[in-house]
Design a protein around this ligand. Structure first.
Ligand code: KIV
Length: 272
């Protein structure tokens, strides 16, 4: 289907809902630093997610659990300084919103005040409903995240597809409805069957952005370092690699090393 695209000078939470109602798919990628965010924003990506996947990608942790609020604020403020157009959504890290709605609000306020991000993302459904309400009541836009929620990896035990069984699928549908009713502006659905994701997207007026959730949703998100092929050990079925940066960069570093050792670099024109 070809869709006449409305030009958005700045993407807002309202633009995303409008895109869904106009049938325009939403593009979203992660960024954790100024230089990457500048390129992603310049390419016209609609939403930049400062994901807690920074814990894996930037810091080398096995899970997203160790990253702190201060670290997320550091990454998010670097991203915000690069942006002209994209909506910047910042993950609330593990342990900063689950225990108490007041703490959740304090964490979200710190993100908004200290990083300049435009919205926060939280993982979970009915169990964090009160925290979501508090944050929304303070005027802070909230994106939900259902399905495979990496902050609960020790509860799940594996990173396999979620909600394949009827009971979990039913709970996910109820949680998605609850998030919309509470006032969330969008939901990320991670690693769930495509038919379920399509059904959820069709049942909501807010956009559903998928990762490993098929093409029946309202947009897609990937981790930028994965889609650029900078990481090469992570190979889920849903990941399309647009470059092989691991190989390109390795070759460049090898060539540089060889040039330094052979005194080919710097040459006459590269010195003062
Ligand atoms: O942290 C992250 O990068 C995410 C995406 C995988 C959606 O939550």
């Amino acid at each position: 289907m070809s869709v006449a695209k409305k030009q958005y000078k700045r993407v807002t939470v309202k633009s995303l809902v409008e895109m869904k109602s106009n049938g325009e798919k939403i593009s979203m990628l992660t960024a954790y630093d100024y230089t990457m965010a500048k390129i992603v924003d310049g390419a016209g990506i609609d939403v930049i997610l400062v994901g807690d996947s920074a814990s894996n990608v930037m810091a080398g942790h096995e899970t997203t659990l160790p990253i702190t609020l201060d670290q997320m604020i550091y990454h998010a403020s670097s991203v915000v300084r690069a942006i002209d157009r994209a909506l910047v959504v910042v993950d609330l890290p593990f342990g900063t919103y689950q225990s108490d709605p007041k703490e959740a609000l304090r964490s979200a306020i710190r993100i908004m005040k200290e990083s300049g991000g435009h919205a926060v993302k939280v993982e979970g459904g009915k169990e964090i409903k009160e925290s979501i309400r508090r944050i929304l009541n303070a005027g802070i836009p909230v994106m939900g995240h259902l399905g495979l929620t990496p902050q609960s990896i020790y509860k799940f035990g594996t990173y396999t597809v979620r909600a394949k069984e009827e009971e979990e699928a039913q709970q996910l549908k109820e949680d998605a409805k609850m998030l919309e009713k509470a006032g969330c502006f969008a939901i990320v659905l991670e690693k769930v069957p495509a038919t379920l994701a399509k059904e959820v997207a069709a049942s909501l007026t807010i956009p559903v952005i998928g990762i490993g959730a098929g093409n029946g949703v309202d947009g897609q998100v990937l981790v930028t370092h994965d889609m650029l092929g900078m990481t090469h050990e992570f190979n889920p079925r849903f990941l399309r690699r647009y470059l092989n940066m691991y190989e390109e960069m390795t070759n460049a570093f090898k060539q540089y090393s060889a040039d330094v050792k052979s005194v080919d670099f710097p040459n006459e024109s590269e010195q003062y």
